[in-house]
Design a protein around this ligand. Structure first.
Ligand code: BV8
Length: 243
């Protein structure tokens, strides 16, 4: 099935560098709640109460518990067909590939993806607010946990809160500048700077494709939008790309 871009097929044949942005929607079929929408993660909490530096200063126990519960829930979920398909693309794609996930779960890695980064942090990591050392973390992370590197009782969830700078922005922007194709999967396009990547990619001449359950806030910026569950759309798209 040829990739149905409004671009000449010859362009697709010479497509080498791909950047893929994923959001909570790619993990939905694994049983991880998305943020916005019925039963969403934010539904039980106001974002301001759990995902800002002010919330952490005001009620550290609530914020640490919010992430402890999500970290523990990782034991109960597994990667779905969409994660598996992207891991296959990572293994078999001869050109450049970068999976930029907004997700803090570890399902891309557990599916086998390697050329990837977490721009909003990771549940299975702890950050020292004193020395900024980051380390793998599996269990609960109570407020006041001591940093093994500097000894300060300053470990916090390694999560990029609203108002904090997302990780590896220079690497992301460099990849977007070289991209022939930008694909967005399972994100509402509600949070910046990730929501602006499609415009940056377009500006640099990349083809743009959105795979989502419903139209996102940024749909108008994509050359093509395909609607449906990621577990169906992503394997079909990877099959087409790998020919
Ligand atoms: C920053 C933490 C600068 C981890 C999160 C420009 C304009 C306007 C505002 C701003 C701007 N620049 C900055 C801002 C402020 C802010 C922002 O964007 N606010 C929004 C609300 C307007 N951005 C920031 O603060 C960012 N920081 O810009 O810093 C700076 C500069 C200098 C110095 C210092 C700082 C930081 C943003 C990161 C915040 N942290 N989370 C966690 O708790 O998990 S954001 C949170 O929302 C998630 O991490 C997630 O990444 C993000 C987006 O959510 P989605 O992944 O899209 O999930 P959502 O539920 O919304 O949507 C799911 C989608 O999937 C839906 O479309 C649905 O239809 C679809 N779907 C569902 N099921 C399926 C499916 N699709 C396919 N298949 C399915 N089965």
């Amino acid at each position: 099935m040829p990739l149905s871009f409004p671009r000449p097929a010859i362009y697709i044949l010479h497509m080498r560098n791909i950047v893929i942005l994923t959001g909570a929607g790619i993990s939905a079929e694994s049983g991880i709640a998305t943020f916005r929408g019925p039963g969403g993660l934010w539904e039980g909490h106001r974002v301001e109460d759990v995902c800002t530096p002010e919330a952490l200063a005001r009620d550290a126990a609530l914020v640490h518990r919010f992430y402890d519960l999500r970290r523990a829930a990782l034991e109960t979920v597994v990667p779905n067909a969409a994660h598996q398909a992207l891991a296959r693309l990572d293994r078999e794609w001869a050109g450049e590939l970068l999976i930029v996930t907004q997700n803090v779960d570890d399902l891309h890695e557990r599916a086998g993806a390697r050329r990837m980064l977490h721009m909003h942090g990771e549940l299975r990591s702890a950050l020292c607010a004193n020395c900024e050392e980051r380390r793998s973390w599996a269990g609960t992370l109570p407020p006041g946990s001591v940093c093994p590197a500097c000894g300060a009782a300053a470990l916090r969830p390694d999560i990029v809160f609203f108002g904090e700078m997302p990780y590896q922005m220079e690497r992301i922007e460099a990849a977007l500048a070289q991209a022939d194709l930008f694909v967005s999967i399972g994100t509402s396009g509600a949070v910046y700077p990730a929501a602006g990547f499609v415009r940056l990619a377009s500006h640099y001449g990349a083809a743009t494709l959105e795979l989502n359950l419903e139209r996102s806030e940024g749909s108008a910026w994509f050359e093509e939008t395909r609607l449906g569950p990621a577990g169906v759309l992503v394997p079909a798209w990877v099959d087409a790309v790998l020919g």
